[in-house]
Design a protein around this ligand. Structure first.
Ligand SMILES: C[S@@+](CC[C@H](N)C(=O)[O-])C[C@H]1O[C@@H](n2cnc3c(N)ncnc32)[C@H](O)[C@@H]1O
Length: 214
């Protein structure tokens, strides 16, 4: 059966280091495969969803910043998963679990609201107009994400591509029960590799905070 969504990540031949490969051997100790695995792990705690964690540095920042929260982090690249497991081990962090795959495969099923905060830091920009349909942030994304959010939940999205920011702004017209604000937020103050590159290349970063209208 074909999916309702196109891949939102760039297919690349992932170079993977020996240490990342070695770390992946422990993936099963950190892995969640379903919403019910997530609920079991989260229990009664507050919870964060970190989508597309890349090298995992931002996930570690979240784990430090929100010590009492449980974090579900998703990525499709094995190299990134290997990196994050290494960082979780070296920092003795046990509040993070990993979904190894396209986040939409996890959240497309409806379940009870479990997340307090969602982070999508620098989603792949898909710059060419003919590729915009691959962008992760679109009406379908909000439709499948919303049932998993608690009523006071906040979604943070940062992008360094003005055209992507404009598309996200326009989603307010579709997701009419959500309030979009822009500005600097302490929750996303960590400078990721992508934020650093954007600054070096002279691009402005737009930071969205999205919550349900009261
Ligand atoms: C530009 S990188 C940003 C990484 C990281 N958030 C950061 O700021 O350093 C985007 C990441 O999102 C991942 N990604 C894209 N679509 C995804 C999806 N549907 N589910 C999970 N991860 C995804 C990609 O593999 C890539 O590593």
């Amino acid at each position: 059966m074909s999916k309702e969504y196109l891949p939102s990540f760039v297919k690349r031949l992932g170079r993977i280091t020996e240490s990342q490969k070695n770390n992946i051997k422990s993936l099963s100790s950190y892995q969640v495969n379903s919403l019910s695995d997530c609920s079991d792990f989260i229990g009664n705690s507050e919870a964060i969803l970190d989508i597309g964690f890349g090298d995992g540095d931002f996930t570690i920042f979240l784990a430090d910043q929100f010590e009492n929260h449980k974090i579900i982090a998703s990525e499709v690249y094995k190299s990134g998963i290997g990196s994050l497991i290494g960082k979780l081990k070296s920092n003795s962090i046990d509040s993070v679990r990993i979904f190894d795959g396209d986040i939409r495969d996890l959240i497309v099923a409806s379940d009870k609201p479990i997340f307090d905060k969602v982070f999508v830091m620098f989603p792949d920009p898909w710059q060419k107009a003919r590729h915009h349909k691959r962008r992760l942030i679109n009406p379908f994304f909000f439709k499948v994400l919303k049932p998993h959010l608690k009523k006071d939940a906040e979604i943070f999205i940062s992008t360094d591509w003005e055209n992507y920011a404009e598309t996200i702004r326009e989603l307010q017209n579709v997701a009419i029960d959500l309030r979009f604000t822009e500005g600097k937020h302490p929750e996303t103050s960590f400078v990721t590799r992508f934020a650093k590159r954007a600054a070096q290349e002279g691009r402005t970063i737009t930071n969205f905070k999205i919550s349900f209208l009261k």
